[in-house]
Design a protein around this ligand. Structure first.
Ligand code: ADE
Length: 241
């Protein structure tokens, strides 16, 4: 997969893509990040990328030309037949979640457009963008952090990014429930003990306990998630207790 990021602040991405799992995914050839400063595509003699809003009012608006041209250039460099997903980061967008990450992980090319401080000319939304995404109900100074969130959450879903050990953890996320509690050595730390069942070596009982703990945690903290999950008969029984 290729993830192209259009931004006026490319340096914000240097650390993020050069560390840990995102870095190793690139080294393994699973993903390529292409951070593009769309100011370089401006045809304005001062490389301007924004202008005053028609109709007056405060603030500036990102002009369509540099963004349209930057998207076209990055698309041309792709040899995939599949159309690119062009995603605009903005607070008005559809709220991002794991399901959306899974959907985007099927694509060959994502283009993430990051505005900063300013609004976007509406024609970018209407004629260029395929998806508008918000990473949560709060307003950030720009789309860059949202683009990092998408790049990270999609990359970890690509086959080969995570080693076997971590994919097991992923599986429990993919149940749609919050994770069950984890413990490691020592079995007793200060006066605090690890639940006995985890020391029992009885795998079926441990699996059942973990499922119940995940259900309990989800009911307590995020009951809204339960509506989106297919619960088993055993789950229902446990919840009715
Ligand atoms: N830009 C500003 N706020 C944002 C948000 N919540 N999500 C995505 N992009 C944004």
């Amino acid at each position: 997969m290729k993830i192209s990021i259009l931004t006026l602040f490319p340096d914000m991405f240097t650390g993020v893509f050069q560390q840990s799992i995102l870095n190793s995914a690139q080294q393994k050839g699973i993903v390529e990040y292409d951070v593009i400063n769309f100011r370089e595509f401006s045809k304005d003699k001062h490389s301007k990328v924004d202008d005053y809003p028609y109709g007056g009012g405060g603030g500036m608006v990102l002009t369509p030309q540099p963004i349209f041209d930057a998207v076209e250039a990055t698309r041309k460099r792709m040899d995939s037949q599949k159309p690119s997903r062009v995603i605009l980061l903005c607070p008005q967008g559809e709220r991002y979640n794991q399901k959306k990450a899974e959907e985007l992980a099927q694509e060959d090319h994502l283009v993430l457009i990051c505005g900063h401080y300013e609004g976007y000319d509406e024609r970018i939304r209407e004629y260029l963008v395929t998806d508008e995404v918000s990473i949560g109900d709060y307003v950030l100074t720009g789309g860059e952090i949202g683009a990092m969130v998408i790049a990270d959450s999609v990359t970890r879903l690509l086959p080969g990014t995570l080693g076997n050990e971590t994919s097991a953890v992923t599986d429990s996320y993919s149940t749609g429930l919050l994770e069950y509690p984890h413990y490691t050595r020592p079995a007793k730390f200060k006066d605090f003990e690890v639940p006995e069942i985890l020391l029992s070596g009885h795998h079926a009982n441990i699996e059942e306990w973990r499922r119940q703990q995940a259900l309990k945690r989800t009911v307590e903290r995020r009951p809204d998630l339960l509506d989106m999950i297919d619960l088993t008969k055993e789950d229902e029984k446990y919840l009715q207790q």
